[in-house]
Design a protein around this ligand. Structure first.
Ligand code: PLP
Length: 422
């Protein structure tokens, strides 16, 4: 049966059996599939993690932090180089994010900086941060062993944000199973999709029960509604889980495809001066899912039209809703990709190729301007920068790599890149 066929079978079953609700056989089945997958380690006894399917990855971050005891006034150490879903839930809980910079090899949380940040926060606030959130940016594994070692040394729980890193492994072990909790996302653009959804990987039965309880409005077991804590309506719909069950059957295919596309970009861009494809450190414990392929442009590289970069204000539709427009306040900000990167993005856009800047570091976001940040100054392409993540943000671009990107597409995209370079 084709991929869509299996998904439609599970969805039809949900309707036929009248399980059109945020629980049911597809949710149970999807959780079981996920548990089997995340618990497998090559050449080692299986883990015993439990999984709760949720309405989004953001909800998973939120509940993971909540179940680490994060509350008002607490601090949480989080990778600055990430999507806002890693940091926003910290503020939902009334806690404060402390942004930790990346190291240049994986682009993820710098283990040395993590320890420095912990010591700094203990010295300045008198108590350790409540949780640590490393992120598998673009699917690349973080240095899991070093980060966990440091976290354990200070007794701080880790919530791994593996939303972009589903299927990535470190030393043969699936990301999301190293820390106390692990976050997965099944949003439309992620490694596999349930249209929208996420999951929280839990370390044991007790935490699994607790997360499940919080995800269903924290209802006490009485014949009537009785509430002794604040809960959330975060459970995954049985319809979405049906899509997830179908998607699990093609996960390995998706992983193979993303890795193939990455290898092709590496090969075709190898001889283009000034363009570097980001890749995992060779020969080590890393097995990235290569969710997105990313390149860096040398600031000295000249791209056609770069003198006109950022001349017009961008109008973006909000939430995909027709007519709801949120106009940017200005054409430029004080931290943005270099002109040659923007010019290449525009050139690709004109050629019907959607390329995107790297995620703008959270410590450079106006909404987090008051957050503490632990940064690692660096030199990249001969230029000084106050932080690794900011330096990378200015030179980086994400290239298409989804399941429908063919070899021919990759060749076309690389040809467009070459044609844009002066
Ligand atoms: C996508 C994503 C999430 C959560 O995603 P949802 O869209 O809420 O499912 C969390 N963290 C990172 C880094 C992400 O990219």
């Amino acid at each position: 049966m084709s991929e869509a066929g299996l998904e439609q079978k599970y969805i039809r079953e949900a309707f036929d059996t009248n399980w059109v609700v945020p629980l049911g056989p597809n949710v149970d089945g999807f959780e079981k599939d996920l548990e089997e997958y995340v618990n497998g380690i090559s050449g080692a006894p299986a883990l015993t993690r439990r999984v709760v399917a949720l309405s989004s990855g953001t909800a998973a971050v939120h509940l993971g932090l909540l179940c680490c005891g994060v509350g008002p006034g607490d601090e949480v150490l989080v990778q600055s180089f990430t999507f806002c879903a890693s940091t926003h839930p910290i503020t939902y809980l009334g806690a404060r994010p402390v942004m930790v910079d990346s190291e240049p090899d994986t682009w993820n949380m710098d283990p040395e900086l993590l320890e420095k940040a912990i010591l700094d926060r203990i010295a300045k606030t008198g108590r350790p941060p409540k949780a640590i959130v490393p992120v598998a940016l673009y699917g690349m594994p973080y240095q899991a062993d070093k980060l966990m070692e440091t976290a354990e040394k200070y007794g701080i729980p880790v919530v791994e944000d593996a939303a972009e890193g589903f299927g990535s492994k470190y030393n043969g072990q699936v990301l999301g199973t190293f820390g106390r909790f692990g976050v997965l996302s099944f949003n439309g653009n992620k490694m596999i999709t349930t249209s929208g959804g996420g999951a929280l990987i839990c370390p044991d039965e007790e935490r699994w029960q607790k997360v499940m309880w919080y995800a269903t409005q924290a209802r006490e077991s009485y014949p009537y509604y009785q509430h002794e804590a604040i809960g959330y309506n975060y459970r995954m719909s049985n319809i979405c889980a049906g899509i997830g069950r179908g998607q699990m059957t093609v996960l390995e295919q998706h992983l193979a495809h993303h890795r193939h596309v990455q290898a092709l970009y590496e090969q075709l861009l190898a001889d283009v001066p000034g363009v570097t494809v980001h890749r995992q450190p060779a020969g080590g414990p890393y097995a990235s899912n290569y969710w997105l392929c990313t390149i860096m442009l040398d600031p000295a590289l000249r791209v056609k039209g770069q003198e006109n970069a950022y001349k017009t204000i961008v109008q973006g539709a909000v939430g995909g809703a027709a007519g709801v427009i949120h106009r940017a306040a200005s054409a430029t900000t004080d931290c943005q990709p270099n002109d040659n990167v923007e010019a290449l993005r525009v050139a690709l856009d004109r050629a019907d190729v959607e390329a995107r800047p790297l995620w703008k570091p959270m410590h450079k976001q106006p909404v987090y301007k008051d957050a503490v940040a632990c940064l690692r100054p660096c030199r990249l392409f001969g230029e000084e920068s106050p932080s690794v993540s900011e330096a990378l943000f200015k030179v980086g671009l994400c290239l298409p790599s989804g399941p429908y990107v063919s070899d021919e597409d990759v060749r076309y995209i690389v040809d467009c890149i070459k044609a844009s370079i002066i």
